[in-house]
Design a protein around this ligand. Structure first.
Ligand code: NDP
Length: 337
C-alpha cells in the first residue's frame, strides 16, 4: 500500500513539494488490526491546520509520517472483533490506498440497513458524516435555528454549506447562501436557497443587503460561518436583534492567517449577538442517533442531496485537497480509488 506523507510544513498555501507518496511496510496483521482496501478518501479544509506545528483540537501531522483522514474502505483481512472481510467501514486511515489500521483509526462498520436501502457508501464521508453532521449540529444545536428564521451561510456550494442550505429549507427557514461564481450560485438556488450572493462579483455585504431587500427581510437571524473575513463582517452588519452565529470555519485565513478587518463587530452589542465556535467531534457522539435518524430521513425523502466532485486515484489526493482553497469543488470533494 501507498500513503501520502507530509515532507515539510507549509507556511502559506501548500504545494506538491510538501507531499510525497511513499510505500507502506507490508506488516503481518496483529491482534485488533484490520487490513483494508480503501475505496474513497475525504479531503477537508481542517487538514490544513493539521499541517502546522501548533496545538489545536486535532493532532498535527508529523513530518515524514503517513497522513490520516476520513476514508471508506473494504476489510480485506480482520483480527478485530466485529469486523469480517467484505465489510465496508468508515475510518481515519485516509490519504492512502489501504494497508493495516488499528483501533486508533476508529473503524466504524457502515450500517447494513443504509447500504441495503441504496445509500452510497461515500455518503458517510459527507451528508451522513463529518460535513452533514457539522451542518446539522451547527445550524440546529449551536445556532438553534428554527422555522421562520432568516439564515445566511457562506461557502454555500461546498459540502457543509450545501447541507446547511437544504436542512434549513427542510425546516422552513429563509436561506441566503454565498458562493464564488455564477455556476455555484445557480446550484445553491437549485438546492432551494431563496437567494444566492456571488461574492466574487462584488462586495459580499452589498450582495447580502440586496438579497435581504428583495426578500423583504430586515436582516439575518442566523449566520453559519465557513469563511470568516468579509463574510463574517457582512453578517455583523446585517444581524437582527438576538442573532446567533455558529462559527464553523474560516477558510479565508487557513493558509496565511492574515488579519481580518471587522468594521461591524460593534453591532454585537446593540444587536445582542450570540456567537459560538464549535467542533463537530465535541458534540457528535451526544446526538449521533438523533442525527442519523433525522439526516437519514432527510436524505431518503430527497430533501437533502449532495453533489460530489471526484478526483480519481491515490495520486490525485493532494491536488484534490489544494482544490478546496481554490473553490475547485461543487459539493463534496472526494478521491475515488
Ligand atoms: P467546502 O466543500 O466548503 O470547500 C471549501 C470551499 O470554500 C471552496 O469550495 C470555496 O468555495 C470556499 N473558499 C475557499 N477559499 C475561500 C475564501 N478565501 N473565501 C471564501 N470562500 C472560500 O469545505 P467543507 O464543506 O468541508 O468545509 C467548510 C468549512 O467548514 C471550512 O471552513 C471547514 O474548515 C469547516 N468545518 C468545520 C468543522 C467543525 O467541526 N467546526 C467540521 C468540518 C468543516 P467558493 O468557490 O464558493 O469560494
Amino acid at each position: 500500500a501507498k500513503a501520502w506523507h507530509l515532507t515539510r510544513r507549509p507556511s502559506a498555501l501548500p504545494t506538491m513539494e510538501h507531499f510525497a507518496l511513499r510505500d507502506l511496510p507490508d506488516d503481518p496483521l496483529q491482534e485488533n488490526q484490520l487490513r483494508v482496501r480503501n475505496l474513497w478518501l475525504s479531503v477537508d479544509p481542517y487538514m490544513r491546520g493539521r499541517m502546522n506545528d501548533a496545538k489545536s483540537y486535532t493532532a498535527s501531522f508529523q513530518i515524514d509520517q503517513p497522513m490520516t483522514g476520513g476514508a471508506i474502505g473494504e476489510v480485506v483481512e480482520s483480527r478485530m472483533e466485529g469486523f469480517a472481510p467484505g465489510d465496508l467501514i468508515l475510518h481515519m486511515g485516509g490519504w492512502r490506498d489501504g494497508g493495516v489500521i488499528g483501533l486508533d483509526m476508529a473503524p466504524f462498520k457502515l450500517p447494513a440497513e443504509a447500504l441495503a436501502a441504496g445509500m452510497a457508501p461515500q455518503t458517510f464521508l459527507h451528508n451522513m458524516g463529518l460535513t452533514g453532521g457539522t451542518a446539522w449540529i451547527g445550524l440546529l444545536r449551536v445556532a438553534a435555528a428554527k422555522a421562520g428564521d432568516t439564515v445566511f451561510v457562506s461557502a454555500a456550494a461546498g459540502a457543509v454549506g450545501s447541507a446547511v442550505v437544504q436542512i434549513a429549507k427542510a425546516r422552513e427557514m429563509t436561506v441566503i447562501g454565498a458562493a464564488g461564481g455564477a455556476e455555484k450560485c445557480a446550484w445553491v438556488r437549485e438546492l432551494g436557497a431563496d437567494a444566492a450572493v456571488d461574492y466574487k462579483a462584488g462586495p459580499v455585504l452589498d450582495g447580502l443587503s440586496d438579497a435581504l431587500r428583495t426578500l423583504g427581510k430586515p436582516g439575518i437571524d442566523v449566520y453559519f460561518d465557513n469563511v470568516g473575513g468579509d463574510h463574517l463582517d457582512a453578517a455583523f452588519a446585517t444581524a437582527n436583534d438576538f442573532a446567533r452565529f455558529a462559527i464553523c470555519g474560516m477558510i479565508d485565513v487557513y493558509n496565511d492567517g492574515h488579519p481580518q478587518e471587522m468594521k461591524y463587530l460593534i453591532r454585537a452589542i446593540p444587536a445582542r449577538i450570540r456567537m459560538e465556535g464549535f467542533i463537530y467531534t465535541d458534540q457528535f457522539f451526544d446526538c449521533m442517533e438523533e442525527f442519523y435518524a433525522d439526516m437519514g430521513n432527510l436524505i431518503a425523502s430527497g430533501a437533502v442531496t449532495m453533489r460530489e466532485t471526484v478526483r480519481d486515484g491515490i495520486e490525485s489526493a493532494p491536488e484534490a485537497f489544494l482544490g478546496l482553497f481554490a473553490g475547485a469543488n461543487i459539493g463534496k470533494m472526494l478521491v475515488r480509488l
